[in-house]
Design a binder for this molecule. Structure first.
Ligand code: PMP
Length: 472
């Protein structure tokens, strides 16, 4: 057996000695996973689960080449990067070769949060400005500095609230955001409209004597609800931010490394001319091993150097982590996983659109490559978030051994971001089961009180909620 303890004991010990604030999937009936390979995970009874959510296991769980690279290097040397080592410079050369030209200097760190915290520091040092523009519903990491720029966390009832140096731009969500595609003639440049809000936000801040150091945003909003940025958003925002003396930071921690298929990085979806000043990467970079990086311009790196305060990170860029990252990038290319993500992603997306035609509960399907969101609504007209339904779908899919999750401010967006080795057959199975589960939902009665309240507070829209409740 791969277990050291019975599942009951594992649960017991975790309750007793592990901080209960730590997030656990399926909290009331947690899964115990003891091994995994490719896009499959196995519990203590060797039951197989199809993994539709693990974007960290990017090239597949326990990819043999990645495992070998780690083991080999671990048995030869692992030490900090104050010594020369080939793995570190090879990693930096590779990373910069797959990013646009100006992004030519790397800092290797251990997690997405560390990368984002360093990005913040670089931005402030370089610009000598302080304030940050963040996007509503964004999450950028668990460090104190990042909770401060993560409305996803600071806006929770028990959260710490928005600091005065943070300015929150509306989430450029063209389905349920401030400017909705459904409210404008086709072809309206909603990206420019959302960007204009950022311009006004900057103006307001500057008028009250604040200085903008950075615009911090994911190139696709993940925790925020799988939101695809509308065309022209980043192009315009980057211009406004730079005019105010700030720099532009792209958080590619979740969505980078080819998840979108046709590009290495999601910001490239906005056009070749859209180039951030700082890019942060993590999660998929190590396929589960902790390794992350900040990549920036020579000019920003020089500003940091000129402070005379040396940067040292005990584990950042160690030979083992770099061996892992290098193996991941090699595998991505050798196995043509970006092309694969495009092909499987398109197939998945098209099948989901067919499912949408059949199930009124599916209000929106959006995605690119293997980054897909399915937004569930109780009423397509009013877009009332189907939060309980989404929770139910996640739980039922798990019973059918398919792991998906829900997220977004209303927790009504089903997230699909599987390992890149996910196949069309896996997509077909997921669709088939989702179809069944959505059929069942039509016969269930949900208590909608909580989402009703939320909905009212958020949108001040719903009038006749009771008529929307699905009756048995
Ligand atoms: N940025 C984004 C967009 C993330 O989704 C996350 C993690 N969910 C982080 C940063 C933080 O990364 P880590 O958990 O590796 O610190």
């Amino acid at each position: 057996s791969l277990e050291k303890l019975s599942k009951t004991d594992t649960i017991h010990l975790r309750k007793r000695h592990v901080g209960q604030a730590c997030k656990l999937f399926y909290k009331h009936d947690p899964l115990k996973i003891v091994r995994a390979e490719r896009q499959y995970m196995y519990d203590e009874n060797d039951v197989q689960y199809l993994d539709c959510i693990n974007n960290v296991a990017h090239v597949g769980h326990c990819h043999p080449e990645v495992v070998r690279a780690a083991c080999d290097q671990l048995s030869i040397l692992n030490t900090n990067n104050r010594f020369l080592h080939d793995n570190l410079v090879i990693c930096a050369r590779k990373l910069t070769s797959i990013l646009p030209e100006p992004l030519s200097v790397c800092f290797l760190v251990n997690s997405g949060s560390e990368a984002n915290d360093l990005a913040l520091r670089l931005a402030r040092i370089h610009t000598k400005h302080h304030d940050v523009i963040t996007v509503d519903h964004a999450y950028h990491g668990h460090l104190t500095s990042l909770i401060d720029i993560s409305p996803y966390k600071f806006n929770l009832p028990g959260g710490t609230g928005k600091p005065s140096w943070v300015h929150v731009a509306p989430c450029p969500d063209t389905y349920r955001g401030k400017y909705r595609a459904s409210d404008y003639p086709p072809g309206t440049d909603l990206g420019a409209k959302y960007a204009d809000d950022v311009r006004l936000l900057i103006k307001k801040a500057v008028d009250s004597n604040r200085t903008i150091s950075a615009f911090f945003a994911e190139s696709l909003m993940s925790c925020g609800g799988q939101v695809i940025l509308p065309p022209n958003y980043l192009r315009n925002v980057y211009r406004y931010v730079r005019e105010a003396g700030g720099v532009c930071i792209a958080d590619e921690v979740q969505v980078g490394f080819g998840r979108v298929g046709k590009h290495w990085w999601a910001f490239q979806l906005q056009g070749d001319d859209v180039i951030p000043d700082i890019v942060t990467v993590g999660k998929p970079m190590g396929n589960g091993h902790p390794v992350a990086a900040v990549i920036t311009t020579r000019s920003i790196a020089n500003s940091f150097q000129q402070t005379g305060v040396e940067y040292f990170n005990t584990y950042g860029g160690n030979p083992v982590s770099c061996a892992v990252a290098n193996a991941v990038m090699d595998v991505l290319e050798k196995e043509h996983l970006r092309d694969h993500a495009t092909q499987v992603g398109n197939h998945f997306f098209n099948s989901l659109c067919q499912l949408q035609a059949k199930h009124p509960l599916i209000g929106d399907v959006r995605g690119v490559g293997l980054f897909i969101g399915i937004e569930l609504v109780r009423d397509r007209e009013k877009k009332i978030p189907a939060t309980e339904e989404a929770e139910h779908v996640v739980a039922r899919m798990r019973e059918e051994h398919i792991l998906i999750s829900s997220d977004g401010p209303d927790r009504n967006v089903l997230k699909l971001k599987p390992p890149m080795v996910f196949t069309e057959q896996n997509a077909d199975l997921t669709i088939k089961v989702l179809d069944q589960v959505l059929n069942e939902i039509a016969y269930l009665d949900f208590n909608h009180e909580s989402s009703e309240k939320r909905s009212k507070a958020d949108t001040e829209r719903p009038e006749e909620l009771s008529s929307q409740i699905i009756k048995t």
